[in-house]
Design a protein around this ligand. Structure first.
Ligand code: GLA
Length: 377
């Protein structure tokens, strides 16, 4: 091949990563408005992926652990905690001066069965489960006191219709399990920001339920700092108007809002309702996996436009929205490749399968340049 053709090819390959390095990073572009974070898997914070490591350090100023602080990983058996990976996660955040998030303390999923049972496999009493919850929260939050700055204390306590999910927590302890969890977390680290985190809060019924829930917590002087909108969204749902008014509604209550698990699904949705329940599963079908060899140009453009609109919406609420965290860094590692159907090829994030910035990345950076006065950056 002719030398100049090689040169052009090499330039093309490197232009993507050079672009990410020469434009302001995500965290710098939104400096003064909100933090920009990413959820990390353990390969990323144990230095096994140098390429992603560099991206994470350059682009983000907050981190959330995908799994290592969840009950099943950190507290797998009644009398044994395993802090190996969680310690490394927190150390990574400290070394890189990042705002470290703890995710999560009380959830119905990824929590072992034993948590709710006595030694004979019988359901625990309210009092014993409360003691167990307190011990767990105290141990985990206490260990990282002052280092983990914000905790998703309760995750996904609501059903789609806004009622409380019939989780073992609710069934055994009763409605006040939520309040108790917040009190235990506050007791363990009075300085930490404490959040309620959920998906689809943009939908009217669920949002109403969440507003009711947080109002009740406030009336009972529960130390709630903010609400996490997960924002596992698709190209067209929820609308930015729905997101905007949801942020406003929680803001009116004096709460901060964080976008905690952002990604944009570009694949056909196999169910009736657009929800992010991790227990949802559907059958594989080639029709539902239309882009195994690359994203068509038009969809790439639609994704960039969707990301621009989302960031325009978030940036309308600088300071009320204090953080926007992506659920992952590059497309190849996203949970969206395997949920709700295993083995699909999805494109939900700003960095592609080679960890190069996509047009959606440029769109998010560009949005900051037009939305935010330079004084805030
Ligand atoms: C939920 C949880 C996250 C994660 C995602 C999918 O949104 O809050 O911890 O499990 O599902 O991976």
């Amino acid at each position: 091949m002719h030398r100049s053709i090689w040169l052009v090819l090499v330039l093309l390959v490197f232009s993507g990563s050079a672009k990410a390095q020469s434009s302001p990073s995500l965290k710098d572009a939104y400096q003064g408005c909100f933090r920009v974070g990413a959820a990390l898997n353990s390969a990323q914070f144990t230095g096994q992926d140098q390429l992603e490591d560099a991206i994470i350090k350059t682009q983000f100023n907050s981190i959330t652990p995908e799994n290592v602080l969840k009950w099943g990983v950190i507290h797998p058996r009644p009398d044994s905690y395993d802090f190996t990976l969680a310690d490394k996660y927190v150390q990574f955040g400290d070394q890189n001066q990042m705002f470290i998030i703890g995710h999560n303390l009380v959830w119905h999923s990824q929590t072992p069965k034993w948590v709710f049972e006595d030694a004979n496999g019988k359901p625990l009493t309210r009092d014993v489960l409360l003691l167990r919850m307190r011990d767990h929260i105290n141990t985990v939050v206490g260990r990282y006191k002052g280092r983990i700055k914000g905790w998703d204390v309760v995750n996904e306590a609501l059903n789609e219709d806004g009622s409380l999910r019939q989780s073992p927590w609710l069934k055994i302890i009763g409605e006040d399990y939520i309040e108790q969890a917040f009190r235990f977390a506050h007791e363990a680290d009075p300085e930490a920001q404490l959040y309620y985190n959920d998906y689809s809060l943009e939908n009217e019924a669920k949002r109403k339920g969440a507003l009711q829930l947080v109002k009740k917590l406030q009336e009972n002087s529960v130390p709630l700092y903010g609400v996490g909108l997960q924002d596992h969204v698709s190209l067209d749902s929820p609308t930015t108007e729905q997101i905007d008014s949801t942020i406003n509604e929680f803001g009116k209550l004096g709460l901060k809002v964080m976008i905690t698990e952002l990604d944009v699904d570009v694949l056909p949705w196999p169910a009736k309702e657009q929800i992010a329940d991790v227990s949802l599963r559907a059958e594989a079908d080639p029709k539902l996996n239309p882009y195994p060899n690359g994203l068509p140009e038009a969809v790439q453009r639609a994704l960039a436009k969707r990301y621009a609109d989302l960031f325009a919406t978030y940036a309308n609420h600088c300071g009320l929205v204090t953080r926007v965290t992506f659920w992952g860094v590059a497309d190849k590692d996203s949970w969206k490749n395997d949920w709700p159907i295993k083995g699909r090829t999805n494109y939900p994030l700003l960095f592609d399968r080679q960890t190069k910035p996509k047009p959606a990345y440029d769109a998010v950076i560009h949005e900051a340049s037009i939305r935010l006065p330079s004084a805030t950056r």
